[in-house]
Design a protein around this ligand. Structure first.
Ligand code: HEM
Ligand code: HEM
Length: 185
């Protein structure tokens, strides 16, 4: 945690900030890729490429979420400025845990859908990682349903999160500077 020069706003560590923005870029690409790759009429090679990008991007997101949670336990978030009211602090906490939770639900359900369906996850196969779920059409269908509906909750949380960030940017209350820029002091 460090302090900015202009105002005494406590900031996230640079490791947290880099992890946040790398994850954000990856998540904001993986979601539209997931939606586009299921469209009818796509050329087969295009669809295959999008599936590969989506599945492997999802695995990287999972690894980043786990890394973020471990790092968060080592380097806890700095306290929010006093200008952020009690209910807003509670809403932020709920939203952040909701985002972590839904990212785990989405990456695990995606993985189970693919593995239980008997399909490859190229990156994991390349390093010889074992498959952690049995081949089962019923399990694959269940995971597909979770993945399909889970996206609605994840997207709703992201919209609320970005709206709250924009609100703080307009107010210029220092909350945005806790997480931005991704690198530097
Ligand atoms: C946080 C990570 C992830 C997000 C945000 C995400 C998001 C999405 C979205 C929005 C869709 C379109 C769903 C629909 O319209 O029904 C989708 C589909 C899909 N995703 Fe993911 N995904 C993630 C991780 C993964 C992973 C790790 C895998 C596999 C290793 C995966 C495999 C799939 C597959 C196979 C589909 C097509 C499902 C079907 O057959 O209908 N996803 N994903
Ligand atoms: C998919 C996209 C995103 C996800 C999943 C995400 C997730 C998160 C999470 C989980 C935290 C809490 C960090 C912690 O305490 O452990 C956080 C903090 C933050 N994020 Fe994002 N974020 C995303 C995109 C964005 C964008 C686009 C903005 C700005 C326009 C933004 C602005 C912020 C700010 C200002 C904070 C600090 C909040 C505070 O000080 O309590 N995020 N984000």
């Amino acid at each position: 945690m460090s302090k900015t020069n202009s105002q005494s706003v406590q900031r996230y560590s640079s490791t947290t900030r880099v992890l946040h923005w790398v994850s954000a870029v990856l998540i904001l690409s993986t979601i539209p890729i997931g939606a586009i790759m299921l469209r009818e009429g796509l050329a087969r090679p295009t669809q295959d490429l999008l599936f590969i990008l989506h599945k492997n991007g999802g695995v990287i997101i999972f690894a980043l979420v786990v890394a973020r949670l471990i790092w968060r336990a080592i380097s806890p978030p700095p306290p929010l400025p006093a200008s952020v009211s009690g209910w807003q602090q509670k809403a932020a906490k709920f939203g952040h845990w909701g985002l972590y939770g839904m990212l785990l639900v989405m990456s695990v359900s995606g993985y189970v859908r693919v593995r239980a369906g008997g399909f490859p996850v190229e990156m994991l196969d390349a390093i010889g990682a074992p498959t952690f779920v049995p081949r089962s059409d019923a399990l694959a269908d269940f995971a597909q349903t979770v993945h399909h509906y889970g996206r609605v909750f994840l997207v709703a949380l992201i919209i609320a999160h970005v709206a709250a960030a924009l609100w703080h940017m307009i107010r210029r209350d220092g909350v945005m500077r806790r997480i931005w820029p991704p690198v530097g002091s």
